[in-house]
Write a new protein. Structure first.
Length: 508
């Protein structure tokens, strides 16, 4: 679901099937007036990708299409797509760097609001909530959900991705409420996204924080697990600067860059319930993290995981001790000293021959990790060593994260084309085609401070100054109740045997 204009050069009905509307013969005999709007210019990457998929040469001359069983080898197709440039100056919407063709029933366009301009903006939680309280969009959403559910052979649950900073926070809250009511017993994992925003307007900062608070309370209530995702250091009224990644030189103001990083992390941490060989379902993963009412989780990832081409996993992990190699992706601040109650960890991109120590026989092991007989044992032992009081589940995959176009090439020259570390910068500027990734979903004690800080910030200001926020949908009493629910949620992350200051804070 998105606002008008978001599809840019893409068709509302997609391109997988013929458009019945345009193929319908006209039966009107009278005068006919046609109003035609020029299509939006497409990012140069998109036509090139279409030509490659259709096996058409750039000049448009005839060439026979390959049959599904006769597609070019994967290596050849990866080489071609990795060389396609995606114009960063032309990426305004997600549709400008979309690789997947969408099914006609995948898209719901909201026409009442605009992305830009001073009016008709979807700015508040209440506006988004009201959209799905009206029959039109609710019926359309239910109809499309039923269509896909009926086509599912094995429905684990639903993943919901929505903005936290604007009115889509309210849309997401109503969607998760609908899923909880209609599909009880199915998992609902919700990811709340906040881009790096270039705004110094106080009203928008307050709106962003109030939307975030309402969304966190409602989304966590209606979901099996809720995880915020952002490259901001924090999400308060004065957000901390975006995080730095050692081997990624990204521009925080470009959604094209930040979405690639977050998508890589999301693709990694959701592996446990997407593997055909895994016995873990979406609900099982959520239950492993949300016990004791802790329904908000944090994401961390090393993009890429720092390991050399011929380095063994024990050597790579020993180089990272005592600190974990990953960066926070949920705007929770520094996590190194925070207790982790439970975590689901995924490491991908380590080949079988490098998962255990490759020291010659008879050599004294450098560490306990070098004594392990399998890669899974190495990873489990490492997690126990650095977090002995944490309930950890782990997955080790040989396959890396593949980076086909239009993935941005924003990596350090210290990486080779497979994402492994080099001793010195490469002289040749080869595109990075894949990377090893280390990611995790965690239930962290620091979330108590994060959620509590939202409560304190909004308690210190008179939110009635922003009367326009409460003009649609959300009443002042609803907001006060949400603040108290947020405070209650934050107390779920209190460590047993907390300090006296913690106990005093409980009674404030």
């Amino acid at each position: 679901m998105d606002l008008k204009g978001s599809l840019s050069s893409l068709k509302q009905e997609g391109c997988l099937y013929a458009d019945a509307k345009t193929n319908t013969p006209l039966t009107w005999k009278g005068n006919l007036t046609t109003h035609q709007e020029d299509p939006s210019p497409a990012n140069p990457f998109l036509p090139d990708l279409n030509r490659l998929e259709d096996n058409r040469p750039p000049n448009g001359s005839f060439a026979p299409r390959t049959l599904p069983g006769d597609r070019p080898p994967l290596r050849e197709r990866q080489d071609e797509t990795s060389q396609m440039p995606c114009s960063e100056s032309r990426t305004c919407f997600w549709s400008d760097f979309l690789r997947t063709h969408l099914h006609p029933r995948s898209i719901v366009t909201i026409y009442q609001y605009n992305h830009d301009g001073d009016s008709s903006r979807l700015e508040t939680f209440g506006q988004g909530e009201k959209l799905l309280q009206e029959g039109t969009y609710l019926e359309e959403l239910e109809d499309r959900l039923h269509f896909y559910v009926e086509e599912c052979d094995y429905l684990q649950g639903f993943q919901v991705l929505c903005d936290l900073h604007n009115g889509f926070s309210g849309v997401g809250a109503k969607v998760t409420e609908l899923l909880q009511d209609e599909y009880a017993g199915k998992g609902v994992l919700t990811w709340g996204l906040t881009p790096v925003l270039n705004t110094a307007i106080p009203q928008r900062n307050f709106y962003r924080l109030m939307n975030t608070v309402l969304a966190m309370v409602r989304l966590s209530s209606h979901s099996s697990l809720f995880c915020p995702l952002s490259l901001y250091g924090s999400l308060g009224l004065r957000p901390a600067p975006p995080i730095t990644l050692p081997y990624v030189h990204y521009e925080a103001a470009l959604d094209y860059h930040t979405s690639a990083i977050l998508a890589t992390a999301l693709d990694t941490v959701t592996v446990p319930y997407r593997l055909q060989t895994s016995a873990i379902s979406m609900s099982h993963l959520a239950e492993a993290l949300n016990f004791s009412g802790r329904k908000v989780a944090a994401a961390v990832a090393a993009v890429p995981f720092p390991v050399a081409q011929e380095q063994s996993l024990p050597d790579a992990l020993c180089n990272q001790q005592p600190a974990m190699p990953w960066s926070p992706l949920s705007s929770c601040g520094e996590q190194r000293e925070s207790h982790c109650f439970a975590q689901s960890v995924v490491l991908r991109g380590i080949s079988k021959e490098h998962q255990v120590s490759n020291s010659p026989p008879g050599t004294e092991p450098k560490s306990v990790l070098h004594m392990c007989e399998t890669g899974q044992e190495v990873l489990a032992r490492y997690l126990y060593t650095v977090s002995p009081r944490t309930l950890s589940t782990s997955h080790l995959l040989r396959g890396p994260c593949k980076l086909l176009a239009p993935y941005p090439q924003f990596f350090s020259p210290l990486l080779n084309k497979h994402g492994f570390l080099l001793e010195k910068p490469s002289s040749a500027s080869a595109a990075v085609e894949s990377i090893p990734v280390f990611g995790a979903l965690q239930s962290l004690a620091i979330l108590r401070k994060t959620l509590g800080s939202f409560y304190e910030e909004l308690r210190q200001v008179d939110v009635r100054r922003w009367a326009s926020f409460f003009s649609v949908g959300v009443e002042m009493d609803d907001f006060e109740e949400a603040l108290e629910q947020l405070r209650t949620l934050s107390h779920c992350y209190k460590e047993s045997g907390g300090s006296a200051a913690d106990s005093e804070d409980e009674t404030d």
